[in-house]
Design a protein around this ligand. Structure first.
Ligand code: ATP
Ligand code: MG
Length: 333
């Protein structure tokens, strides 16, 4: 299909050029007609392949038509001028058409994405909601039964597993609900350092289990930022957890905070393997995970919260394969 379209465009360009070169110069009307129908392959390429396709076609036409102009040059006569103008016009039309087409394609893509996200959110919220009540019952009753069992009872350890797994599912349900619900921010003038401290307390146990140290390096001039502290804590906890999970035992995760003009940039730098190239485009997709026990909602939630704060989230792999850096940038106020 795609190669058929390319062939048709190429055939049109070659065919029209052949007509130009094969027709006597005295047949003026024919030449004017051929010149105008050069627009046909440009328009087709723009519609089918966007900016790149349109510009490639207009450049090919320019290259094919230019020798004809040079060969019949009459010392910049009005006819020469109109030919040169026509070449400029091919390229301008290709640029404008291609840019408009690319913009329309991107908007269409965004609309599709948000439609599918909304549908996914609805389904997820239904499932999470139905799971919530039975999970509370399972967790609660298991704890109750365990409390009444002597410590040396073999069922005590088995109930530990049930309680642990229920807690994991409860966290998953909480993530699913916060992913699917519309965000309602309660913004106040918050101190990034304090929120970070609270987030560190949440991940402390996990970091300790893995013997990963977390070092903070916040600039003393960090100003107060208009944030929803609970939501930003969720962002920091998710990014810290990812960094800790990615780090080999004994390594250090570094968190830096800097003021950059009107923005505050917080970086989470780990010394893991970095994000593999084939995975990079998908890490923000809901439910995308490469971990055995991951839900794949962490970064989707982080992105949603950061964007709701008018901030940006991006990642880069550190030099020489030494881990990844996730960077959250929040506007100052
Ligand atoms: N610091 C990191 N280094 C390397 N890869 C990472 C890092 N952070 C995220 N990733 C990749 O991005 C994927 C998605 O991350 P995300 O936080 O959304 O989900 P998850 O951590 O797999 O599960 P969970 O829902 O429990 O957070 C991860 O599975 C991992 O492949
Ligand atoms: Mg995660």
């Amino acid at each position: 299909m795609k190669s058929g379209k390319i062939l048709l465009i190429a055939a049109l360009v070659l065919g029209i050029s052949a007509l130009h070169y094969g027709t006597q110069l005295t047949e003026h009307h024919y030449h004017i007609f051929y010149r105008e129908i050069y627009f046909l392959p440009i328009i087709l390429a723009g519609f089918w392949f966007g900016l790149r396709g349109a510009v490639c076609t207009s450049l090919a036409i320019s290259a094919a038509y230019l020798p004809f102009i040079v060969r019949h040059w009459q010392g910049f006569s009005p006819d020469d001028f109109s030919k040169v103008m026509e070449i400029a016009l091919y390229n301008i039309v290709a640029l404008i058409l291609g840019m408009l087409k690319d913009r329309e394609t991107a908007e269409h893509q965004r609309a599709l994405e948000s439609e599918s996200l909304a549908a996914m959110g609805k389904a997820v919220s239904g499932v999470a909601h139905d799971m919530k009540t039975p999970l509370i019952a399972i967790g609660g009753f298991s704890r109750l039964v365990q409390k009444n069992l002597p410590r040396d009872d073999p069922s005590h350890a088995k109930l530990d597993v049930v309680i642990g797994e229920t807690r994991r599912l409860e966290n998953m349900v909480r993530d699913m609900l916060s992913f699917s619900k519309p965000l309602q921010l309660n913004c106040t003038q918050g101190d990034i350092g304090r929120v970070l401290e609270q987030s560190l307390a949440v991940v402390e146990e996990r970091a300790g289990e893995k013997e990963v140290k977390v070092k903070t390096d916040l600039s003393p001039e960090l100003p107060a930022v208009l944030i929803d502290p609970c939501r930003i804590e969720q962002v920091f906890v998710n990014l810290l957890m990812n960094a800790i999970q990615a780090s080999p035992e004994g390594e250090t995760v570094t968190v830096t905070g800097r003021l950059q003009g009107d923005e505050v940039a917080i970086e989470f730098i780990d010394r893991g393997c970095g994000v593999p190239e084939d995975v990079g485009g998908k890490i923000y997709d809901p439910f995308f995970t490469t971990k055995k026990e991951g839900t794949g909602l962490g970064l989707a939630i982080v992105k949603k919260i950061v964007q709701a704060h008018q901030g940006t989230l991006e990642f880069t792999n550190n030099q020489a394969g030494a881990g990844a850096t996730f960077r959250v940038v929040l506007p100052r106020c």
